[in-house]
Design a protein around this ligand. Structure first.
Ligand code: ADE
Length: 234
C-alpha cells in the first residue's frame, strides 16, 4: 500500500513512521509512506498557502490552489482508491473503516490546519472524510498518524502473528476480553481458573462472554453500530 500524506507540517509526524509496526511494514515493503509539504505548492514565493475566510471570522483557511496542485500531481502518476480528509467535522474512525482501507493500494491523506481547507477542496477531491474523535486537535497530522497505524497494521503480513489483529478489540464488534500473564497469583490476585485449565473450547467461550460483558458495560453503543460511512452517504 502506498500512502501520500499532504500537510503543512509533515515534520510533526515523521517519528511514528520510524518505529515499531509502521517501520516494520515499510521495511518489509508492505507500506510506502510519502510526505508532501503543502508549502512546496505555495501560490507565491513567500510560501503563501492560506488566507482569511470570506464572510469574516477568526482563523486562516488553507487555499484551494496549493492543494489542487499537489493532489493533481499525485493523481497524474497513479489512481487513488480514496482521497481522505482528516477533520473533526466528519464521521468518526472505527475498525470497520480501518479494515476496508487496509485492502486498498493507494491512499491520499489530506490534513487540515488552522480553520481547515476551502470547502471546494472537499467538494472536488475528497472521497472520504474521517475524524478520529469528538475533540479538536491543532491539525490533522496526528489524526493521519493514528489512521495510518490503525490501517497499516491490518495489511496481511505486517503483524508477525496474523491472528493477533483478528483478536483485537472491535474486530468482531466487541471489546477484547481481559488478558493475564505469569505469575498465576500475584499478591493474592488470582488468574481466572479457566485460563489455566487447558480446555481451549471452554476458554474461547469464557473469552467471548467476557467480551460481551465488557462491551455491554463500557460501550453498549458498539452493539448496534455497524456503519462504515463514506462521504457519499453524508
Ligand atoms: N483535525 C483536528 N481535529 C481532528 C480530529 N478530531 N480528527 C481528525 N482530524 C482532526
Amino acid at each position: 500500500m502506498r500512502i501520500d500524506i499532504i500537510s503543512v507540517a509533515p515534520e510533526l509526524i515523521r517519528s511514528p513512521f520510524e518505529h515499531s509496526i509502521l517501520k516494520r511494514a515499510q521495511t518489509k515493503g508492505l507500506a510506502e509512506i510519502h510526505f508532501h509539504n503543502l508549502r512546496d505548492y505555495a501560490v507565491n514565493s513567500y510560501g503563501k498557502i492560506d488566507d482569511y475566510q470570506f464572510g469574516g471570522g477568526a482563523g486562516m483557511v488553507l487555499m484551494m490552489e496549493p492543494i489542487d496542485k499537489c493532489i493533481s500531481q499525485l493523481m497524474s502518476d497513479r489512481s487513488y482508491d480514496e482521497i481522505i480528509y482528516l477533520t473533526p467535522d466528519a464521521p468518526v474512525l472505527n475498525q470497520g473503516i480501518a479494515n476496508r482501507l487496509s485492502g486498498f493500494e493507494n491512499l491520499i491523506l489530506l490534513t487540515g490546519h488552522y480553520k481547515g481547507v476551502d470547502q471546494r477542496v472537499r467538494d472536488r477531491f475528497v472521497t472520504l472524510e474521517i475524524s478520529i474523535g469528538d475533540y479538536v486537535l491543532s491539525g490533522g497530522e496526528l489524526a493521519a498518524a493514528v489512521l495510518c497505524d490503525a490501517v497499516v497494521r491490518l495489511i496481511p503480513g505486517v503483524l508477525g502473528d496474523e491472528t493477533s489483529a483478528l483478536s483485537d478489540s472491535f474486530q468482531d464488534g466487541l471489546l477484547a476480553p481481559p488478558v493475564y500473564t505469569r505469575p498465576a497469583e500475584y499478591d493474592g490476585m488470582k488468574v481466572p481458573e479457566i485460563l489455566l485449565s487447558g480446555n481451549f473450547p471452554k476458554i474461547e467461550e469464557w473469552r467471548h462472554e467476557q467480551s460481551v460483558k465488557r462491551t455491554l458495560n463500557l460501550r453498549p453503543d458498539l452493539l448496534d453500530e455497524n456503519a462504515t460511512p463514506s462521504k457519499k452517504d453524508s
